[in-house]
Design a protein around this ligand. Structure first.
Ligand code: HEM
Length: 229
């Protein structure tokens, strides 16, 4: 085999990543991976509505996965990094393509969710960092002691602090906005955008995001109202 035959294959992934469409596909694929985690994590967390032993056993099970847990964390971290890098590069690219900005911001044909993508993303990222420091590492745990392994009690005592709950509810509403537009963009990136199908897909993306937000915020709200204690 001559080098001229081999080289194009070797450069294909690089060419793909450098293209605008390639970056959009990377954003869609990494978005789906994070979405899968968000759904699974929400379902796991809903065990807060059962006896404490359930979610504590679940936490124990996850920690005992050993290497598998670290592989999952590594994949998730890589997905987050690629998602952010592709976002920044696409934003810079579209700015460079339009050096003289619009004299007035155009809101036509863009939803509230789509216009908030650039700031909902960083706030959700800040939330994840806070969240890991609170419930995984136990460094931030205002007004209560973090007990390694007692997931139920850590979540209850964490959310009994009103501003922690308000911060979570706010961040999860933003996560919902981000997801609804992200899912919709993903449908378009994979070529599902069709004039007759689009309104249904848009509503489906919004409905899924709403269910996720309600599932998550039901926990801090239930703690604040004393239903979970
Ligand atoms: C009411 C909402 C939530 C609750 C009660 C909750 C609860 C928890 C708890 C207890 C842990 C630590 C598990 C352990 O180490 O045993 C955890 C880890 C984690 N949570 Fe959440 N979570 C919530 C929302 C979210 C959201 C919205 C996201 C992402 C957008 C998220 C992302 C993560 C991640 C990445 C980890 C680390 C997983 C790992 O250790 O590999 N969480 N969560």
């Amino acid at each position: 085999m001559s080098t001229t035959e081999v080289t194009p294959h070797l450069t294909e992934p690089i060419t793909f990543w450098q293209s605008t469409n390639g970056k959009k596909v990377v954003m869609a694929v990494t978005g789906v991976m994070m979405f899968g985690f968000v759904v699974g994590h929400m379902l796991g967390n809903l065990q807060m509505f059962e006896a404490p032993e359930h979610i504590n056993a679940y936490g124990h099970f996850l920690h005992n996965l050993g290497e598998l847990l670290w592989i999952e964390r590594g994949v998730l971290l890589l997905a987050i990094a690629l998602h952010i890098i592709a976002t920044i590069q696409l934003a810079l690219r579209s700015k460079a393509a339009r050096p003289v900005g619009y004299s007035r911001r155009q809101a036509i044909n863009s939803s509230y969710a789509s216009r908030t993508m650039y700031w909902s993303g960083p706030i959700v990222l800040a939330f994840i960092i806070f969240h890991l420091l609170q419930f995984t590492a136990g460094y931030i745990h205002p007004q209560a002691t973090f007990v390694q392994g007692d997931v139920y009690q850590n979540v209850v005592s964490g959310f009994q602090v009103w501003w922690v709950s308000v911060w979570y509810i706010f961040a999860m509403c933003l996560l919902g906005l981000h997801l609804s537009h992200g899912l919709w963009s993903m449908f378009q990136s994979v070529g599902l955008a069709h004039p007759r199908l689009s309104p249904y897909l848009l509503n489906a993306a919004r409905a899924v995001a709403l269910v996720i937000v309600l599932g998550y915020i039901s926990i801090p709200i239930s703690v604040l109202l004393g239903f979970i204690k």
